[in-house]
Design a protein around this ligand. Structure first.
Ligand SMILES: [Zn+2]
Ligand SMILES: [Zn+2]
Length: 394
């Protein structure tokens, strides 16, 4: 017996990952070298981060802007009572590093819709969603398609849930799966411009640690298969795993790709530029783009930027932020209390009166990708100098 044990220990070097390596197609190095974004550090996010950490995923970016509340403690394995009041993303990143020192996790106290540049998405192996709202899913879906990265989404309600995988540029995307009701709910949210962020949060959804464990487990298993894509394993690409927690039935549905879907845009040939969204001015940026593409070039952003708020009472002020970020206090006129009107831009042509501002100052995130356009010709330029700041510690 002793002989056998000795033989085992000398023949197979046992480390933390030895039992995982027993899976025939498994390559631990692929997990170690992977860089994964987890959006949302709530019920599903906790389970996603836990699984990724146990498995030894090398780098995890955790995006969440909320703080821990007492009600989170029933569904969040990473949080303790004394964490209440701290940022979810920060605590989750700390706990991940504690659980597995091989893992580097970084917290981003950020809104996924506005604050994470496309260059960040571009450096991911996959984006995992643990979200409770359609608008954020739609934004992630568009970003993933632009830079050609898989989006593995999860959703739960009470004991039920589903997990689905979108792999650009082929197959159905999240937007392809959206129904008229989904759009109605998104538009309703958008029209509620007078509500605060907290009020705008969609109706609270009942969630459990049990259904989130099932769904996040499926999501991470899908990730493992995508990381071993050359091994011929079946995946949920373009499909949805539906879990009925009352009967414990489950089934898979296949989504249809909609040919007229607006989210299938993929950026070809992203060019890395030694520019920082924090320091280059819009005027300098336009000169650089003109130098690349000619005097008629303009810059396009992928979002509407508010430049000015004005009111019928003659109140008129500069305001620079993505339209989506406007909140109650920005919308009401401070003088007369009426709803303000807003000027927006999504291109820079050279005639603007704010060319001395930086892209960051008007709401373009670090490491983002902008478009240069002349007629129908488009080129895509990345603020690559922001890399070190965004990926510091990873
Ligand atoms: Zn689509
Ligand atoms: Zn007014």
């Amino acid at each position: 017996m002793a002989e056998v044990l000795e033989l085992n220990s000398s023949e197979f070097e046992e480390d933390r990952y030895s039992r995982l390596r027993l899976i025939p197609w498994w390559e631990q190095d692929r997990l170690k070298n992977a860089c994964i974004m987890v959006v949302g550090a709530g019920a599903i996010g906790n389970e996603l981060i836990k699984n990724l950490t146990l498995l030894g995923i090398g780098r995890i970016l955790i995006i969440d802007m909320d703080k821990i509340e007492h009600t989170n403690l029933t569904r969040s394995v990473l949080y303790r009572a004394h964490d209440v009041g701290r940022y979810k993303a920060e605590v989750a990143a700390e706990r991940a590093s504690e659980m597995n020192p091989d893992v580097k996790a970084k917290a981003f106290i950020s809104n996924i819709i506005d604050d994470i540049g496309l260059g960040v998405f571009r450096r991911m192996d996959a984006v995992l969603g643990g979200l409770d709202n359609r608008e954020a899913r739609l934004a992630i879906n568009q970003s993933c398609y632009k830079v050609n990265k898989p989006f593995i989404d999860g959703a739960i309600e009470a004991l039920n849930g589903f997990a689905r995988v979108f792999t650009p540029p082929e197959g159905a995307c999240y937007e392809c799966t959206m129904t008229e009701l989904d759009w109605k709910l998104i538009n309703k949210r958008k029209s509620c411009a007078l509500l605060t962020h907290e009020q705008m949060a969609e109706g609270k959804i009942p969630t459990t640690p049990t259904s989130s464990a099932v769904i996040a487990g499926v999501q991470v298993q899908e990730l493992l298969k995508l990381l071993h894509a050359d091994r011929g394993l079946p995946t949920l690409a373009g499909k949805c795993y539906v879990f009925n927690g009352l009967t414990h039935d489950s089934y898979v549905v296949e989504y249809q790709r909609k040919p007229d879907c607006m989210s299938h845009d993929t950026y070809e040939n992203i060019e890395e530029k030694p520019w920082s969204a924090r320091s280059i001015t819009l005027g300098q940026l336009l000169s650089e783009v003109k130098a690349e593409m000619g005097e008629n070039a303009v810059i396009d952003f992928d979002r509407d930027i508010v430049t000015r708020a004005h009111c019928s009472c003659s109140e008129n002020k500069e305001i620079f932020m993505p339209l989506h970020k406007l909140r109650g206090q920005d919308i009401v006129c401070p003088i007369c209390g009426k709803t303000m009107n807003f000027d927006t831009v999504h291109s820079i042509t050279g005639t603007e009166d704010f060319l001395d501002k930086t892209p960051f100052e008007i709401g373009i995130p670090l490491l983002h990708i902008i478009s240069g356009r002349v007629g129908y010709e488009m080129r895509y330029f990345e603020f690559t100098s922001d890399f070190d700041e965004v990926f510091e510690g990873l």
